[in-house]
Design a protein around this ligand. Sequence first.
Ligand SMILES: NC(=O)CC[C@H](N)C(=O)O
Length: 203
Amino acid sequence: MPAPVIGVLALQGDVREHLHVLETLGARPLAVRRESELASVDGLVVPGGESTTMAKLARIFELLEPLRSRIAGGLPVFGTCAGMILLADRIEDGVVGQETLGGLDITVRRNAFGRQVDSFETSLEFAGLAERVHAVFIRAPWVEAVGDGVEVLSRVPDDAANGPAAGRIVAVRQGPLMATSFHPEVGGDGRVHRMFVDLVKQS
Ligand SMILES: NC(=O)CC[C@H](N)C(=O)O
């Protein structure tokens, strides 16, 4: 199979970082702003940024329904941080009327880590990876609840020192959909993206 075309939704957020990691992994990255571009991708990354802004822009750019229909059609999608929020079927602490793309049977809590520690870095065990992943959290959501078909890939260590974040789910997969609360595109570790590229190749 030729290298898959992997789009990065390029309405807002840290688009360039994702394009760069995908390029280093030998995928063909494509910034997606129009329906015609969306139609040509084999997989899609929804980056970190601001989920409410991204949803509004997706509506303005007439991408909301095309995105929903490609997700319903089985397109592999990887959401990071705001991207996780956009893929979630249910949001806690969203703004009133906040729209999502949906598809992942999860409930996310926006800005869950709170003001004191809203941005931090740690290393986490991650299902399928031998070594821990360096995880950068920036005003991140966590996953409050998952449906039956959802595989948990990573959690904050269940250690009292982690306070209310202890044991919280921060990475999931459901069929062709993957999401992380943190930003694997920051910090030069391509292993989580490689997992997604492999998922795209298998689909
Ligand atoms: N780094 C991020 O993507 C932050 C997400 C942001 N707090 C939101 O609600 O959309």
